[in-house]
Design a protein. Sequence first.
Length: 87
Amino acid sequence: MPLEIITKDDLEAFRQSLLNDIRDLLSKNKPESKEWLRCADVRRILKVSTGTVQNLRINGKLKSQKVGGIHFYKLTDIENMVSGKLH
């Protein structure tokens, strides 16, 4: 197996290429609007307090996903709640 030497310039070129590929992938998969909302966004849309959002979550009326200690709520669930489809 032949020995290949990699230079700093080779690594820099690879890094740039990799970063460009990642940026391209991220820009293609960027959602049109926010799919997930934080509690503050939910409170503003529903015009309720933090405690009310918490009670809705605890009582199972509003689903959430917890990521790093922060609850996120699906925008579609909030829209359904506003339109009366979610009880």
